[in-house]
Design a protein around this ligand. Sequence first.
Ligand code: DQA
Length: 147
Amino acid sequence: MASPLVVILSGANLNLLGQREPEIYGSMTLDDHVALAKSAAKDAGITIEHVQSNEAGALVEAIHAARGRAKGIIINPGAFTHYAWSLHDALSAFDGVVIEAHLSQPQAREAWRHTSVIAPVADGTISGFGPQTYPLAISAMASLLKR
Ligand code: DQA
């Protein structure tokens, strides 16, 4: 059986990981996180594609492109998490597993980060685990894909 495709989506400002507020997001770059995700995915027999954009519309397009092709999406939307209903609607129209991921723990931060418009259309959320976030998200994805 072909290995299932999972698309990892990274939203606004995540291209600056490693430089951006390292006391909150750590010193790893986005490429480092994606490499950890790919290594965990290889062990789980999952193929990964990764798309980062600072524009919500590009992520909407990437979700559309995943339709009928990918079995799952792991999305860290960055600040789009808190207001981008276009991403909510695009994910609603995606027929596969959706995992929301955050390096930090938004619930323990400013009040405006406590709302996620993604959570209602996600199967689950992994947040606050820093460098372990993506390996944990892959592990959750692998178990949900077996359902
Ligand atoms: C984030 C949390 C968001 O609130 C923030 O806007 C980000 C990163 C995280 O990974 O912890 O850009 O999604």
